[in-house]
Design a protein around this ligand. Structure first.
Ligand SMILES: Cc1ncc(C[n+]2csc(CCOP(=O)(O)OP(=O)(O)O)c2C)c(N)n1
Ligand code: SF4
Length: 250
């Protein structure tokens, strides 16, 4: 019988340890498939952060380096500059890249560092128990905003892809979601493009992926997908936010 679907070679044999319904696993599978399709598994070095996103180092079959909280891009840039022939990507939660690591994201984009960064935005700090993050939506209840996020004291949600798209050195910026099969396919295309940009030696490539955290949102996996669609997608600008001319010609 013809085998039409299997575990990507970009993943290890280790079962995902995420909570039921967490879409971290979906996003990692997409990255693994992209690496396999582009035949770059052996050439790729991933950089993992701290947080649930940090478990990525257990699940990808390419080389991996674990960085301190927020510093995945700093480490990735160092690796890429010393080993320019390798493909370097960071896999970071929103708490990691849009809070403690914001400066690295901004400056990596401004300098046009030739790495690929994937942000997994679940609107909270996942691993530590669902605290409010800079990506938390207005009025959203979290463990540190039990009455709902008050933007007058804690700030509006930071739409990092929009911010980064304004910086010269960022050549490809996309915001995608994995809430439905159609959007999962679009997310994969964006992730693939972000790796192709680096293979072509162009500038900084950034993909933000909206993701669920049923455990800390306190709702079921299915309701989480619906909640993401109804609450996150209207707030965060979606789609390809920046595609430079040279990227279009890839
Ligand atoms: C320097 C430092 N500060 C704080 C922490 C605690 N910490 C661990 S994971 C985490 C948040 C992770 O949230 P996010 O990046 O959104 O990833 P997720 O768990 O949702 O995938 C924090 C604050 C730490 N490990 N190191
Ligand atoms: S705590 Fe949230 S982000 Fe972490 S594995 Fe569970 S559902 Fe996923």
């Amino acid at each position: 019988m013809e085998k039409i679907f299997g575990r990507s070679k970009g993943l290890t044999d280790v079962p995902f340890s995420f909570c039921p319904g967490c879409t971290h696993g979906t996003i990692m599978r997409l990255i693994a498939e992209v690496m396999e399709e582009l035949d770059i598994i052996e050439d790729t070095i991933g950089i993992s952060p701290v947080g649930c996103a940090g478990f990525s180092q257990n699940f990808f079959s390419c080389d991996f380096i674990g960085a301190a909280h927020g510093r995945a891009q700093a480490v990735g840039i160092g690796v890429k500059r010393s080993l320019p022939d390798r493909i370097v990507f960071t896999y970071q939660g929103d708490g990691d890249i849009a809070a403690i690591g914001t400066q690295h994201a901004i400056h990596a984009a401004a300098r046009g560092e030739k790495i690929t960064s994937i942000m997994v935005n679940n609107a909270i700090f996942g691993m530590t128990g669902g605290q409010m993050a800079p990506t938390t939506l207005e009025g959203m209840k979290t463990t540190t905003s039990p009455y709902g996020k008050d933007v007058s004291t804690t700030g509006y949600p930071i739409d990092l892809p929009r911010l980064i798209a304004n910086l010269e050195g960022a050549v490809y910026v996309a915001a995608v979601s994995v809430d439905s099969p159609k959007n999962i396919n679009q997310a994969k295309k964006a992730i693939k493009k972000a790796f192709q940009v680096q293979m072509a030696g162009l500038g900084f490539a950034f993909v933000s992926v909206l993701s669920t955290c049923p455990t800390n949102w306190g709702i079921s996996p299915v309701d989480s997908l619906q909640w993401l669609r109804e609450n996150m997608m209207p707030v965060y600008q979606m789609g390809e936010l920046k595609v430079t001319e040279e990227v279009k010609s890839l």
